[in-house]
Ligand binder design. Structure first.
Ligand code: PAF
Length: 223
């Protein structure tokens, strides 16, 4: 697996990939990888000739500095996991590569207020930061397909608007949420939860699953 830290080096590699006529699948991440990320790599490998991932803990999507400082960073293990999964190249840019100037570029996308509700209401500016970094990464990688986890539902909906309005040539493939045996969705942030907190987090999944099975039963009895 190739490892690149600069835009010019990854662009050179991608140029060679495209010259073969092959397609490129892209899996952007913030590292602290788990099986959920690897399932995106696997899906991309099934559908494309080349699979590229990125590891970049994007400062502009953290509205809280402490949260950014505490975000898990496991680069050596991440590289090992990507290599074992058969990823072709990983882009691990320096922050100055992505944000060379103080005035950061923000794409002009109409989000219809989607970034201000649900999670966005608790994390002001978060989705604008996600939009910004994914916009920059897509401009660099220019993939055929972008792979995202279904777990981040609101992020996915917002990035769909980005693709529709700025990159209509890129297809989005959303991959099913990867869960541990207990049912808890794998998430980089869950590394910071205690056993007790993980048990509490499971209440959401269990409740939603119960509602779903009850609704299915009602529908079955009705028809
Ligand atoms: O979902 C994530 O890990 C991040 O929000 C993303 C899409 C890599 C952008 O930093």
């Amino acid at each position: 697996m190739q490892i690149y830290h600069t835009i010019s080096s990854i662009e050179h590699y991608l140029h060679l990939c495209r010259a073969t006529g092959g397609t490129v699948g892209f899996v952007p991440t913030m590292g602290a990888l788990h099986e959920g990320h690897i399932s995106l790599i696997t899906e991309s490998k099934k559908e494309n000739h080349f699979t590229i991932s990125s590891i970049f803990v994007n400062p502009t999507q953290f509205n809280n500095k402490e949260d950014l400082a505490k975000y898990p960073r496991t680069e050596v293990e991440d590289i090992d996991m990507l290599r074992k999964a058969g990823c072709d190249a990983v882009f691990i840019p320096y922050t100055t590569e992505i944000y060379p100037e103080k005035s950061y570029l923000i794409p002009d996308i109409d989000l219809h207020g989607m970034d201000e509700v649900m999670e966005g209401a608790f994390r002001p500016g978060h989705f604008k930061g996600v939009l910004q970094v994914v916009y920059i990464l897509l401009k660099i990688v220019e993939p055929d397909v972008l792979y995202l986890g279904q777990k981040d539902f609101q992020q996915q909906a917002i990035l769909r608007l980005l693709l529709d309005q700025q990159f209509p040539q890129i297809r989005m493939n959303t991959v099913a949420t990867y869960r541990s045996e207990s049912g808890l969705a794998l998430s980089s942030r869950n590394r910071r939860l205690t056993v007790e907190q993980k048990e509490q987090a499971l209440a959401i999944y269990r409740t939603l699953s119960e509602i779903k099975s009850k609704l299915l039963l009602i529908m079955f009895l009705k028809y």
